[in-house]
Design a protein around this ligand. Structure first.
Ligand code: BG6
Length: 466
C-alpha cells in the first residue's frame, strides 16, 4: 500500500472544548451557560437525557487524560476556556475559575503539551443570553472584555489563541434550523447573530493586539479563528442556478470568514445578494473600521464532510426565510451511516488548494477532523478493547490527502483529531463516539484505549501514514 510522509515540523494533537469535557458545572463559582440551563429546563432535548453537567469528567481526571496524550506522543491539544467559569456575573475575574485553568495549563506544560486556547465554543453564559446573546451589541462588548481579561490572565502561559470555534454554527443551529435552544427559524435574526459574532471576533483580535503591544502576551503569541470550512460542491452537470447555490453556500460558510481573517472585509457579492433578498446587515457607523481589525496570524479548519448543494426548489422556506441552496446527495457518496455525514477525504485537499490559490500566505492547520459512530463498542477484542478499524481508515485517508496538499504547496501545519477521548456533544450527548479513547459511562467515566490508539501512536512517532 502507498504511504505518505508528513513534514517533520507538522504537529499532531487533539481538540476538545471546556463545556464538553470539564463537567463540575456548579463548582468553583461557575455560572450557568445555555447548555446547563437548557439541560435543566428540557432534559428530553438531549440524547438519552444526558445533560451538560458532567462533560466527560475532565476536571476530575485531567492529569490522567494529559498522561494519555503525552503517552501517545501528542505535542499539543486545544480546549476552550468557559466564559461562564472564568468570569463572574459582574464580568470580573472569578479567581477559582482562573485557578483551574492555571492548574490545567501547568499540568500540560509539565508533560510537554502545548495548550491551544479557544475563547468560545457555543457556550454563552445564560445571564448574557437573557440580555440578547449574540443579537446584542452590549454582549459583543462584554465578549471583548472577557477576551481581554483572558489575554491578561494567561498571556504569559499560552502561545496559541482562537477567538471562536465554528462561528457559523450558532446562527444556524439556534436561529435558523431550530436544532438548539431557542430553536428558532428566522434567517434575519441568524444574520444579525452571524454579523455580531464577526464584529466580536474583530474586537477580540484588537484586544489581543493591544495586549501584545503592552507586553502582556508571550513574544511568540498568535491569534486565529477556527471554522468548519467545508468545500462546496454541486452536481456533476450543474445548471446556472446550481452554480449560484454554490456561490452563496461557499460565500456564507467559507469566504465570509476567510475574507475577514485575511482582508478585514466581508464578501461584497454575498452582501449584495442578501440585500437583493431584503436581508440587511445590522451595520453601525464605524463597523467597516472594526472589520479591518479582523486579520489573524493563522487559521483552524475543522473538516468533517463536504458541503454538497443544488439550486433550491423554492425561493423561500415554510417560515418565509430566503433559501439560497438546498442539500444535494451525491449519488457516489460514501456515508458514515451512523452519523449521516459523507466521508470525502479529498475535501481536505480541496480546501488546502483553495487557500493556496485564493488566500496565499494564510497558514492553517486542521483543527478538527474525526469520525463519530453511534453504538460503538459492539465489537471488542479479547482484551475488551473496541475494534475500530474504520477510525484508522478515516484518519489515514484524510492524512494522506493532507500530505498530498502539502506536497503541492498548501500551508497546512498540523492536525488535531476530534476528539481524542469520547466526550459529551451538545444535544447529541454521548450518542456519536469520536475518541481513540473510550469513555465507559457504565464504569464511572473510566477511560480505555480503543484499538486505533496503537495505530495513532505509531503515526505520531514516525510521521508516516500507511
Ligand atoms: C464539531 C464541533 O463541529 O462537531 C464539536 O466543533 C462537536 O463541538 C463535533 O462535538 C461532533 O458533533 P456530533 O454532533 O457528531 O457529536
Amino acid at each position: 500500500m502507498r504511504h505518505y510522509t508528513l513534514p517533520e515540523d507538522f504537529f499532531f494533537g487533539a481538540a476538545m472544548s471546556g463545556p464538553q469535557t470539564e463537567g463540575a458545572w456548579r463548582i468553583g463559582g461557575k455560572l450557568e451557560n445555555m447548555w446547563d440551563t437548557w439541560s435543566n429546563e428540557s432534559i428530553d432535548a438531549f440524547h438519552n437525557r444526558v445533560g451538560s453537567y458532567v462533560g466527560n469528567d475532565f476536571m476530575a481526571r485531567y492529569r490522567g487524560d494529559l498522561d494519555i496524550m503525552a503517552d501517545l506522543g501528542l505535542t499539543s491539544f486545544r480546549t476552550s476556556i468557559q466564559w461562564s467559569r472564568l468570569l463572574d456575573a459582574n464580568g470580573e475575574l472569578n479567581p477559582q475559575g482562573a485557578a483551574w485553568y492555571h492548574r490545567l495549563f501547568a499540568a500540560a506544560a509539565d508533560r510537554g503539551l502545548e495548550v491551544f486556547v479557544n475563547l468560545y465554543h457555543f457556550d454563552m453564559p445564560t445571564y448574557l443570553f437573557r440580555r440578547g446573546g449574540w443579537e446584542s451589541r452590549e454582549v459583543v462588548e462584554a465578549y471583548a472584555r472577557y477576551a481581554q481579561i483572558a489575554f491578561r490572565e494567561f498571556g504569559d502561559e499560552i502561545r496559541t489563541w482562537f477567538t471562536f470555534n465554528e462561528p457559523i454554527v450558532e446562527p444556524e443551529q439556534r436561529y435558523m434550523t431550530g436544532v438548539w435552544y431557542p430553536q428558532l427559524h428566522d434567517f434575519s435574526r441568524s444574520l444579525t447573530v452571524r454579523y455580531n459574532i464577526s464584529i466580536a471576533h474583530c474586537l477580540a483580535t484588537e484586544r489581543f493586539r493591544q495586549a501584545q503591544a503592552k507586553g502582556e502576551m508571550r513574544d511568540d503569541a498568535r491569534i486565529g479563528l477556527i471554522n468548519c470550512f467545508s468545500p462546496s460542491y454541486t452536481k456533476d452537470d450543474p445548471s446556472e442556478a446550481d452554480l449560484e447555490a454554490v456561490r452563496m453556500n461557499d460565500g456564507l460558510n467559507n469566504r465570509w470568514w476567510l475574507d475577514i481573517v485575511r482582508d478585514g472585509t466581508l464578501p461584497a457579492d454575498v452582501i449584495e445578494t442578501l440585500e437583493q433578498r431584503g436581508q440587511r446587515l445590522p451595520h453601525r457607523p464605524g463597523d467597516a473600521q472594526i472589520l479591518q481589525l479582523g486579520p489573524v496570524d493563522w487559521l483552524g479548519c475543522n473538516y468533517y464532510q463536504p458541503s454538497r448543494v443544488q439550486a433550491p426548489d423554492a425561493p423561500t422556506d415554510s417560515y418565509g426565510n430566503p433559501r439560497f441552496a438546498d442539500a444535494y446527495v451525491w449519488p457516489e457518496a460514501r456515508m458514515n451511516t451512523s452519523r449521516g455525514w459523507e466521508i470525502y477525504p479529498k475535501g481536505i485537499y480541496d480546501f488546502g488548494m483553495k487557500c493556496k490559490r485564493d488566500y496565499p500566505g494564510l497558514e492553517f492547520f486542521i483543527s478538527e477532523n474525526g469520525i463519530g459512530i453511534e453504538g460503538e463498542g459492539r465489537e471488542r477484542g479479547g482484551d475488551g478493547r473496541i475494534e475500530d478499524s474504520y477510525r484508522v481508515e478515516f484518519v489515514r485517508d484524510h492524512l494522506a490527502w493532507i500530505a498530498r496538499a502539502i506536497d503541492e504547496g498548501a500551508a497546512c501545519r498540523g492536525y488535531h483529531y476530534w476528539a481524542l477521548i469520547d466526550n459529551w456533544s451538545w444535544a447529541n450527548a454521548f450518542k456519536n463516539r469520536y475518541g481513540f479513547i473510550e469513555v465507559d459511562l457504565t464504569q464511572g467515566y473510566a477511560r480505555r484505549a480503543k484499538r486505533s490508539a496503537d495505530w495513532l501512536k505509531e503515526v505520531v512517532a514516525t510521521h508516516i501514514v500507511r
